[in-house]
Design a protein around this ligand. Structure first.
Ligand SMILES: *Cc1c(COP(=O)(O)O)cnc(C)c1O
Length: 381
């Protein structure tokens, strides 16, 4: 088959991020801007306001930008919102939950971990029991879509439980925000972290934390580092309209363009519909080739899909990966401990045509390797 490529001649990224962006988003970056340029300052303000709007937090929440990748925003969220004398219960079912644990260890924030396997959502009954039994716990941290497996964790249910227990919720919604619904008017949280380069389809370089304003005000003085001080970052932005340190200008201008395209395409419902269709086409096509998904459909977020490694000894993952890349489709290795696997993403500027193209490339690679079926070993199926 002919090599597939984007308008800029790049392969398509079927990965957890960074992702394929539109040509217009990429073009928005081809300028130099001073950080005090009036147009840039306006774009910056509009981006932060739009994020609050996407979150459903107008009037109650503010968005604080943070230079760096998404993890910078997660670390800023945990270290600012969990006070030095606080304690956070971490719901872990994958690498991003584990990363939050590492952040708390390094920052010296007291924490307790409630872990389930990567293919299993958090146990809400156990969560309720720990909140009941451990009065020292002030906060709960949850990952919205755990990108390690692609599982959709039940944040709305978690939020109800946490609120009923009089505790505060912090959400890593990195790979879900903008696509999976999480409306601040319905789901109560103190802070939610996400980034420019996932479902909003901007380029990488800026994280952000959507903060309940009252909780952000209370967080003053909690920060453990200068650069990750969200309260200070917010105050400076309020007072001067400026970032405290060099802003990722091209990233913000590209995100401004990406948000315009997001609105034109129907906002969150529009984005979810496109990703859900991508996911359906992908999963149906892969199953027709014999592959099996790690997760049952009911737990699968339409963000990234984990497939079991085929059992056929002629299947070689590196050759498969390279062959797909040569055909213009980049997939992602697995990160699971429960099973040997690989992942294919549904997010970024991709539609059904790209998913069908990727499926055709998968079929070609199976034929090239002499693999009759993508079926995993029976025990894994
Ligand atoms: C992508 C992602 C992050 C952030 O990762 P970075 O590599 O720092 O951008 C955090 N949490 C989840 C769930 C993610 O998918």
């Amino acid at each position: 088959m002919a090599k597939a490529q984007s308008e800029t001649g790049d392969p398509f990224l079927l990965t957890p991020g960074p992702l394929t962006t539109s040509a217009s988003v990429k073009r928005a970056m081809v300028h130099d801007w001073g950080s005090r340029d009036a147009t840039f300052v306006r774009y910056n303000r509009e981006v932060l306001e739009a994020i609050v709007e996407v979150a459903g937090g107008q009037g109650t929440h503010v968005a604080v930008g943070m230079q760096g990748s998404g993890t910078f925003a997660v670390e800023a969220m945990l270290t600012n919102f969990v006070p030095r004398a606080g304690k956070v219960l971490l719901l872990v079912n994958g690498a991003y939950g584990k990363r939050a644990q590492r952040i708390c260890e390094i920052a010296g924030r007291a924490h307790v971990v409630l872990e389930t396997p990567e293919d299993t959502p958090p146990d809400l009954a156990r969560l309720a029991a720990v909140l009941e039994g451990d009065r020292a716990v002030t906060h709960v941290f949850a990952v919205h879509c755990e990108t390690t497996s692609g599982i959709a964790n039940p944040v709305a249910g978690i939020a109800r439980l946490v609120a009923a227990a009089g505790r505060r919720l912090l959400v890593d919604s990195m790979s879900a925000f903008g696509a999976l619904p999480i409306d601040a008017r319905e789901v109560r949280y103190d802070a939610l972290a996400a980034s420019s380069n996932k479902c909003l389809e901007g380029v990488p370089g800026m994280g952000f934390v959507v903060c309940r304003k009252d909780a952000l005000i209370e967080s003053r003085g909690n920060a453990t580092t200068l650069v990750l001080d969200l309260h200070d970052q917010w105050q400076a932005m309020e007072k001067t309209g400026q970032w405290r340190f060099t802003p990722p200008i091209q990233v913000i201008v590209a995100l401004h363009q990406a948000i315009q395209e997001y609105r034109e395409a129907g906002g969150q419902p529009g984005r979810l519909a496109r990703y859900a269709n991508n996911c359906r086409v992908l999963v149906e096509g892969m199953r027709a080739l014999g592959f099996r998904t790690l997760l049952p459909d009911a737990m699968q977020a339409p963000i990234i899909v984990t497939f079991h490694m085929p059992a056929d000894p002629r299947f070689q993952f590196q050759r498969f990966y390279d062959g797909l890349k040569d055909r213009g489709y980049v997939i992602y290795p697995g990160k699971l401990t429960v099973a040997d696997s690989f992942r294919i993403g549904c997010i970024g500027r991709l539609d059904e045509g790209h998913m069908r193209g990727a499926l055709a490339a998968v079929a070609e690679m199976l034929a090239e390797m002499g693999v009759a079926s993508g079926a995993p070993a029976l025990a894994a199926a």
